[in-house]
Ligand binder design. Sequence first.
Ligand code: ATP
Ligand SMILES: Nc1nc2c(ncn2[C@@H]2O[C@H](COP(=O)(O)O)[C@@H](O)[C@H]2O)c(=O)[nH]1
Length: 213
Amino acid sequence: MIRWRLRGAIARAAAMQGPRPVVLSGPSGAGKSTLLKKLLKDYENIFGFSVSHTTRKPRPGEVNGKDYHFVTREEMQKEIDAGEFIEHAEFSGNMYGTSKGAVQAVQAQNQICVLDIDIQGVKNIKKTDLNPIYISVQPPSIDILEKRLRDRQTETEEGLLKRLTAARVDLELSKEPGLFDVVIINDDLEKAYSELKETLLEEIKKTQESRKS
Ligand SMILES: Nc1ncnc2c1ncn2[C@@H]1O[C@H](COP(=O)(O)OP(=O)(O)OP(=O)(O)O)[C@@H](O)[C@H]1O
Ligand SMILES: Nc1nc2c(ncn2[C@@H]2O[C@H](COP(=O)(O)O)[C@@H](O)[C@H]2O)c(=O)[nH]1
């Protein structure tokens, strides 16, 4: 009887906490957004994207408030000083950050919140009580990463070189034991996507179950 009550209490506590968030990290160009877009399309109501703030300029097709909150450095610094960010970092000459509001907006929908952040963000999130699943998406090699970034045609030559330097640092730091729960090498896209889904299967099932009750 007492055991049953305890089990019930644990289940209710877990449900109240909501699903565990997911952090997708890895070098720029490794394929995080590509994998994430597939996931958000296939599991529309299960996952929600944490819309970051950035001071970089929008790329063609990017929508303010959907891909990022595009802001000025002054605006972003003001919000950081006001304590509105969980984490923020300087990456390739621009500021990026996850606001508390971005995560809360997803969690309020009882969706699995997915953060696409760099490795500095990972280290900072580790200091919080967010308790996400940490996944690093990595390219098969630096040469392939460079080709993908060049083919994407989103960066100037200077920006591209900065991203490649950051990628080398990222791949080195990612070797720290325990930093990531899972490392996915994105060589073949479908294989990488299957690995991502497999990693998240437990949380997906839990979220689907919680919708039924
Ligand atoms: N497995 C793959 N094989 C070939 N090309 C790929 C693969 N995965 C992604 N790409 C391509 O590589 C480029 C970089 O991918 P994507 O933009 O998803 O990377 P990212 O990790 O989100 O980068 P960033 O951190 O800069 O946003 C894109 O043009 C994408 O279409
Ligand atoms: N620490 C954070 N890093 C972030 C955040 N949002 C995005 N990013 C990372 O920035 C780079 C570059 O992104 P791009 O869109 O300019 O190509 C990439 O590694 C993202 O993961 C954030 O809120 N915090």
